[in-house]
Design a protein around this ligand. Structure first.
Ligand SMILES: Nc1ncnc2c1ncn2[C@@H]1O[C@H](COP(=O)(O)OP(=O)(O)OP(=O)(O)O)[C@@H](O)[C@H]1O
Ligand SMILES: [Mg+2]
Length: 575
């Protein structure tokens, strides 16, 4: 896990190493300053040697300035290293997520991925910055200050040695309890983010149903759980500070007491005692810092695990990146294909499918909701992987292609489709960066989108707003079709892509497809029989199986399901 995470420090390694080095400089200055001070008091002030005091005083100022400069540099280096590390970590995660299959994304959930990319990385970044500053500073400081204190007065040093086991015990207790609580807290964060995302994406539905109050209540419950989980975790951490301060001030009081007595008896000089007290506070502060460091580590370990889970996740679909296989044509075949979303042969979404589609054929798919129409076609561009059996495109198993090649040849207009913010032209080019304006217009004409696009005042430069809010449902569907057409694929799949388009436009889109895409294999999933009626063949699906396949006329003869759907829709049309 640590390797996965920390290999992302990358080009910021230099700063990460310079931080402790400058800190060593700072520490050396800090531990020698009390020594100079002891000399000033014992040899200068008490003997009235003003020149000596001024000289050493000057030296102390210079040392303090150096210490300041080293400290500032260390702060800068650690900040640069920390932020750079976070940037690398985020980019690595983002790249990884892009390689995920649908199944991988289903597993993590979008909300959890969002938290991991934001909050978790921030936790790691903070811990890392603290670590590179303190992991060296505190132990070095601890060792140097202890040596100096023991050298100054060994007997008095016994006092603070007693404090160390006390602090160690407290820190151990806190660490052992805190880790699971922090993990729980982050899961609560995931839930809250899921709620926020869902609500904001579906805000129009929420308003349409006037469910704001219900949503507010649900969100309040969510934030409350986060608060509780945070409190449970932080409760422990908050405890550290008072414990440490108690130990620290206790030791100082004890030293004042014993040291004061020794000074009265003449066993220690006043200057020595005051520098001794400075060493003791340095020692205790370092101990405190070390404990904080441990705790910070525990907090961030929960986040590190979560980030590492993403980075170490194997994409469930292995991209055959270097494969140079090209499809021979636009044919598709399914050989004994079964598929389960849960990788469980007892819970099949597709049940032993055999199917052959010729290149250039137009295929309609009809079937009730949940009959696995979308599931069937998602296997063609390998959005999911068949659990059993083989899917072949253009004469080769889909696994033999690189995903890039396969998906540039198989364009799919998803049932739940989205446009992105930006102009219409940007969105269409998203399908094919190199598309010329002529190609864009031709694709829009085939998808019956050109006319409404040019009717907008800004035409193809119309800004779509986030997720394409400024176009109607049917317009959005037509833009999505045009975007897919721009890829000039061999196979195009329309998953319920004209459901929001009126019947007249729907039929002119099909006419345009017949005219412009005669050689392209076309698969049309639809609820309306009229959308698939004139296809070369129509597949009827029910409950994960293909029940019938044939032309409209054949199916009217042999498929009862088809006839029923037809009759019910005809009746609707006649009334
Ligand atoms: N990502 C998923 N994870 C788990 N189960 C899923 C997932 N997507 C779909 N299913 C299940 O698989 C079955 C088939 O769904 P599918 O989306 O293929 O139906 P469909 O025929 O396209 O329906 P519709 O006409 O409503 O679009 C359904 O029972 C559904 O609950
Ligand atoms: Mg569907």
């Amino acid at each position: 896990m640590y390797r996965t995470i920390f290999s992302n420090v990358g080009q910021y390694r230099k700063q990460a190493i310079l931080t402790p080095i400058t800190i060593i400089g700072e520490v050396i200055m800090e531990v020698t300053i009390p020594l100079v001070m002891a000399h000033i008091i014992d040899d200068g002030v008490s003997r009235g040697r003003i020149g000596y005091v001024a000289g050493l005083g000057g030296l102390m100022v210079v040392m303090a300035l150096f210490s300041l400069a080293f400290g500032a540099l260390a702060g800068r280096f650690s900040a640069v290293a920390g932020m750079g590390f976070a940037k690398n970590l985020r980019s690595a995660m983002f790249r990884k997520v892009q390689s995920f299959s649908f199944a991988n994304v289903d597993k993590f959930s979008t909300a959890s991925l969002t938290t991991r990319l934001t909050t978790d990385v921030t936790n790691i970044q903070n811990a890392f910055m603290m670590f590179i500053r303190m992991a060296f500073r505190s132990p070095i400081m601890l060792i140097c200050a202890t040596i100096m204190a023991v050298r100054t007065n060994a007997r008095l040093s016994l006092v603070f040695l007693a404090a160390i086991p006390l602090l160690g015990g407290a820190v151990f207790f806190i660490i052992s309890k805190a880790h699971p609580r922090f993990r729980k807290m982050l899961t609560q964060y995931d839930d809250m983010n899921a709620k926020v995302q869902e609500n904001l994406i579906g805000i129009r539905v929420v308003k349409a149903f006037a469910r704001e109050d219900y949503e507010k209540k649900r969100f309040k419950d969510n934030t409350d759980s986060v608060r509780r989980a945070q409190f449970m975790a932080e409760k422990l951490v908050i405890l550290t500070m008072p414990i440490m301060q108690l130990v620290m001030y206790g030791s100082i009081v004890a030293i004042m007491w014993f040291g004061g007595n020794m000074a009265v008896d003449g066993d220690i000089k006043t200057g020595e005692l005051s520098s001794f007290i400075m060493y003791v506070s340095q020692i205790l502060i370092s101990l405190m810092m070390l404990s904080m460091l441990f705790i910070m580590f525990v907090i961030s370990r929960a986040s590190m695990q979560r980030v590492a889970e993403v980075l170490e996740e194997e994409p469930s679909i292995k991209d055959n990146e270097t494969a140079e296989t090209m499809p021979q044509d636009g044919s598709i075949s399914f050989r004994n294909v079964s598929f389960s979303y849960y990788n469980d042969m007892a819970n099949l979404a597709l049940d032993h499918i055999d199917l052959d589609i010729r290149s250039g054929e137009t295929i309609g798919i009809i079937g009730g909701t949940g009959s696995s129409k979308s599931t069937l076609v998602q296997l063609i561009p390998r959005l999911y992987e068949a659990t059993e059996g083989t899917v072949t495109v253009g004469g080769h198993d889909v696994k033999e292609y690189s995903l890039d090649t396969l998906r540039s040849q198989v364009a799919m207009v998803l049932q739940k489709n989205v446009l992105f913010s930006g102009t219409i032209r940007d969105n269409l080019r998203w399908g094919n960066e190199k598309a010329t304006d002529e190609e864009i217009i031709a694709a829009c004409k085939s998808a019956c989108a050109h006319d409404f696009v040019v009717s907008f005042p800004d035409g193809y430069d119309t800004d779509l707003g986030q997720g394409g809010v400024n176009v109607s449902g049917g317009q959005k569907q037509r833009l999505c079709i045009a975007r897919a057409l721009l890829k000039k694929p061999r196979i195009i799949i329309l998953d319920d892509s004209t459901s929001a388009v009126d019947t007249a436009t729907d039929s002119s889109i099909r006419a345009a497809f017949r005219r412009d895409l005669a050689d392209t294999t076309t698969i049309i999933i639809a609820q309306r029989i009229t959308s698939v009626m004139d296809a070369d063949r129509i597949i009827v699906m029910d409950n994960g199986k293909i029940t019938d396949i044939g032309t409209h006329d054949e199916l009217m003869q042999k498929s009862s399901i088809y006839r029923e759907v037809y009759d019910s829709q005809q009746k609707g049309a006649d009334e």
